[in-house]
Design a protein around this ligand. Structure first.
Ligand SMILES: [Fe+2]
Length: 192
């Protein structure tokens, strides 16, 4: 059972190297598209992408701050550019187990922060320097709507927790697809 830190951790340095990756000592979580089962609208296209090499959709680098009450963990997420049948690469999305707010800060690239409270959806355009605030009880997902990696910093209370099943059952209300003007948001169809 993790406990609070006894002393400050070493500072995290976010360095953008020529290959677009973040260079820190932090552990990295890699999410391939096979781990986003049931989340894309076109399940057949998703199956084909999994069979055609199972591309990496995003990576998450977490700080050594533990996810426990009283702590304030942070992470950087990098969503690669790409689509599944026109629907942009995105994070799995989650609801917090405990109703806690969260802050996202855009670091590079262009994306969106999709929020859903079970009835209403909100979209926040994200870019470097933009802060998106996630109120408690709003599920959230990030989307890369550009042609470069989209990277953001997340800061959240350690007791928040991650509920991915809620998004599988409820979705986020909207989906982001490529369009002539860049991207468009479409209402989600009924979930299976
Ligand atoms: Fe969150």
């Amino acid at each position: 059972m993790p406990t609070v830190l006894e002393c400050p951790p070493e500072p995290l340095r976010v360095v953008v190297s020529p290959d677009g990756m973040v260079d820190t000592a932090a552990p990295t979580l890699v999410r391939r598209i096979s781990e986003l089962e049931g989340l894309y609208e076109d399940g057949q296209a998703w199956t084909q992408l999994v069979a055609a090499g199972d591309p990496v959709v995003y990576t998450v680098q977490s700080s050594p701050v533990p996810e426990v009450e009283h702590e304030l963990p942070l992470s950087t997420t990098t969503i690669l550019p790409g689509t599944c049948a026109g629907e942009f690469f995105m994070t799995k999305g989650h609801q917090h187990v405990n109703p806690e707010g969260e802050i996202y800060l855009g670091l590079s690239g262009v994306g969106g922060l999709l929020l859903f409270d079970g009835g209403t959806s909100r979209w926040i355009d994200m870019a470097p320097g933009v802060i998106g605030y996630i109120p408690p009880v709003w599920a959230h997902r990030s989307v890369n709507v550009g042609t470069e990696p989209y990277r953001f910093l997340a800061v959240y209370p350690g007791r928040a927790g991650h509920d991915y099943q809620w998004v599988l059952g409820n979705g986020l209300g909207l989906r982001a697809f490529g369009a002539r003007s860049g991207f468009e948001l479409r209402p989600q169809r009924a979930l299976r």
